[in-house]
Design a protein around this ligand. Structure first.
Ligand SMILES: Nc1ncnc2c1ncn2[C@@H]1O[C@H](COP(=O)(O)OP(=O)(O)OP(=O)(O)O)[C@@H](O)[C@H]1O
Ligand SMILES: [Mg+2]
Length: 305
């Protein structure tokens, strides 16, 4: 549904996008994950026809961005990084205004506005001016506005930025519903957990380049997969590391960490420690977080200036 090849965009001396490739299949969610300034918004703005690329080929919903921009516009919905609702209008008026811009007849735009207000949990506030809305309500109204045209492809630029945990989970549910109804979604996020929760595939950007691409599980596997952390009394840690050394075990923040591709490693580690007379005080098996993957891939946790 979305295909991008060799996308480049420069702003004077800044190369915001330095040859991005990505593809999103119909009915799936792709998360563009990256720190500030990595090129997420620039990508979304180009794909939604708001900004011209310097090089590269893009098709959205089967239409070439260069030759069929209006067809692309008709197929997409966009929720930008900053809420773009008209503060002087009520929630309902915002939606009906977009409906009339889309050329919907009065009955149809009223019906769509009412349905979207209900869906976004804004029915009670529908008659209030958007100026009085909280950040989360504006975000939901903004998403409702982008759904007015029943888009097949949705671009969401940091859809949950600034929302509290409750608001974030609510919006995640809405996005999942839209996908279940057949929408294709490209969203950006700085939250690893968000990408993990929503995305079928993740593309990691850093300084305008794709540094990794895959499912959440694939990206996690790139840091070596699952690990076992074993706690033991401080006096025994050195001995424990010795006993587990040939399994790849070694000290890791006050515990011993052993690579654990399968459960056999857990049994074997415990058996050895018991034989050595070392009391195990804690045991945890976990996947590396996407944060750890990102740090591993970029070589630092620092955000570019
Ligand atoms: N209109 C512009 N003029 C000049 N430079 C720009 C412009 N838009 C973006 N840039 C630069 O391009 C780079 C990528 O910016 P972009 O907004 O795409 O990043 P982002 O990943 O969306 O970041 P954030 O997480 O802060 O939203 C940055 O270095 C930014 O300063
Ligand atoms: Mg941005």
């Amino acid at each position: 549904m979305i295909e991008v090849e060799g996308l480049v965009r420069r702003f004077r001396s800044t190369t915001a996008l330095d040859g991005i490739d990505l593809a999103v299949s119909a009915g799936s969610v792709l998360a563009l994950l990256g720190p500030n300034g990595s090129g997420k918004t620039t990508t979304i703005r180009i794909l939604s026809t708001l900004l011209r690329p310097d090089a590269g080929r893009v098709t959205v919903a089967g239409f070439d961005l260069r030759t069929r921009p209006m067809a692309v516009r008709a197929a997409i919905g966009l929720t930008g990084q900053y809420a773009s609702v008209d503060e002087t209008l009520t929630g309902r008026e915002n939606l009906e205004l977009i409906g009339s811009l889309l050329g919907l007849r009065k009955a149809e735009r009223k019906a769509r506005a009412a349905a979207l207000l209900r869906r976004m949990d804004l029915a009670a506030a529908a008659g209030r001016s958007a100026r009085t809305y909280s950040g989360g309500m504006r975000r939901r109204l903004d998403l409702a506005v982008s759904l007015c045209g029943r888009p097949r492809v949705l671009f969401l630029d940091e859809p949950t930025a600034g929302l509290d945990p409750h608001g974030r989970i609510g919006l995640w549910d809405t996005i999942r519903d839209l996908v279940a109804e057949g929408a294709t979604v490209l969203l950006t996020t700085q939250y690893l957990e968000e990408a993990d929760q929503l995305a079928d595939r993740i593309v990691m950007l850093d300084r305008g380049r794709v540094i990794a691409e895959g499912t959440s599980a694939e990206l996690k596997a790139r840091t070596g997969g699952q690990v076992l952390d074993i706690q033991a009394p401080a006096d025994d840690l050195a001995k424990a590391a010795d006993v587990l050394a040939d399994l790849g075990g070694g000290p890791h923040s006050g515990a011993i960490r052993v690579p654990a591709p399968g459960p056999a490693v857990v049994a074997e580690s415990l058996r050895r420690l018991e034989a050595a007379g070392i009391a195990v005080t804690g045991l945890a098996l976990h996947q590396p977080s996407l944060d750890e993957v990102f740090i591993r891939l970029t070589g630092s946790a620092e955000q570019p200036a």
